[in-house]
Every structure is written in C-alpha cells, then in structure tokens.
Ligand binder design. Structure first.
Ligand code: 5CA
Length: 155
C-alpha cells in the first residue's frame, strides 16, 4: 500500500469513520471520472482544493464535484486575497499529488471550509491519497474529521 493511501486509511480510522479506501478500475483524477466509477452524481464527489493567501497561509475548500470555488467568495472567508496553490505546495503540505488529494490525512492540517451542497447527500466520495483510490463517508463525518466550517464559496 502506498504511504499516501496508508495515511488516509489511518486518518479515517483515527476519526472513527467506518470506511476504507477502495481501488477504482481506472484512474479517477477528475470528479467526473470518480462519479462514473462510484456510480453517483458528480456533486457527490468531494474535491479537495487548496488555495493560498497573500500571507502564505493555506486553506482547504471541500467542494462538490460539479461546483467551482469562487476566488472572491473564498477570499472573503479567508480574510485575504487567494489564488490556487501551486502543484508543489499542494504536495508538500498535504503529502498528496494533485488528482489524489484527500480531504484528511494531510501532513499539515489546514483550516477548511465545506460546500453545503455536499450536505444534500447521505454519503459522499473523496479521493484517498492516490488517483486510483477513493472512500465513502457521510458529509457530517468529513466535517467533524476536518474541522471544516460549512460556508458558501462556490459560484
Ligand atoms: N481523484 C479526483 C476525484 S476525487 C480528484 O482528486 N479530483 S479533484 O478535483 O479534487 O482534483 C483535481 C483538482 O486538482 C482539479 O479540480 C483542480 O482544482 C486541481 N488542479 C488540477 N491541476 C492543478 C494545477 N496545475 N494546480 C493546482 N490545482 C490543480
């Protein structure tokens, strides 16, 4: 098992989430691909998107698969202007490569916000640290495990 996958499995266990990562048949680098594999709606996929503030602070936006982070709304929550975190920054801070960034199990936990659209579903699916693995959880479990605040940041 890859270190990234093992870290997500351990984080799920530590958070008391009764779920284990599952391997997909093919690569699931996008929400659309993940939704097709899981047989669920695109919005049932959790995208874990990092933004970086002018100060250098990083923020995690747990976003429904069909939604996009609105940088202006996101900046209002963060309290400073934001831009997409660089690929290398994402890897260093989360320990995951783009395409497999999980919502939890990061090397450095970040302040997080959760898209209320995800709360419309009993279960959602998220990347498990690799572009081939995902796990299922109740959105409320993700909220608790990440300490995220529910907030509108899409547009
Ligand atoms: N495994 C899938 C489904 S969960 C997955 O990780 N999807 S994702 O949406 O969370 O991750 C892909 C996301 O990475 C894209 O939506 C995009 O927001 C981000 N991304 C892609 N390329 C870059 C890049 N060059 N720099 C920063 N972020 C990127």
């Amino acid at each position: 098992m890859s270190k990234s996958l093992a870290r997500v499995a351990a984080a799920l266990q530590a958070a008391g989430i009764p779920s284990a990562p599952v391997e997909a048949k093919g690569e699931i680098r996008t929400a659309e691909a993940a939704a097709e594999q899981a047989g669920v709606a695109v919005d049932q996929i959790v995208k874990s998107i990092l933004f970086q503030g002018e100060s250098g602070r990083l923020f995690l936006f747990l976003t429904a698969g069909g939604n996009r982070v609105d940088p202006v709304k996101a900046a209002a929550l963060a309290g400073e202007p934001l831009s997409r975190a660089e690929v290398e920054v994402v890897r260093r801070v989360t320990g995951f490569a783009i395409g497999g960034v999980a919502p939890l199990g990061h090397l450095t936990p970040l302040p997080a916000f959760l898209d209320p659209r995800l709360l419309d579903f009993a279960d959602v699916w998220a990347a498990a640290g690799t572009p081939r693995h995902m796990f299922r959880a109740a959105p409320e479990e993700l909220l608790r495990a990440t300490g995220a605040k529910v907030a509108h940041f899409t547009g």
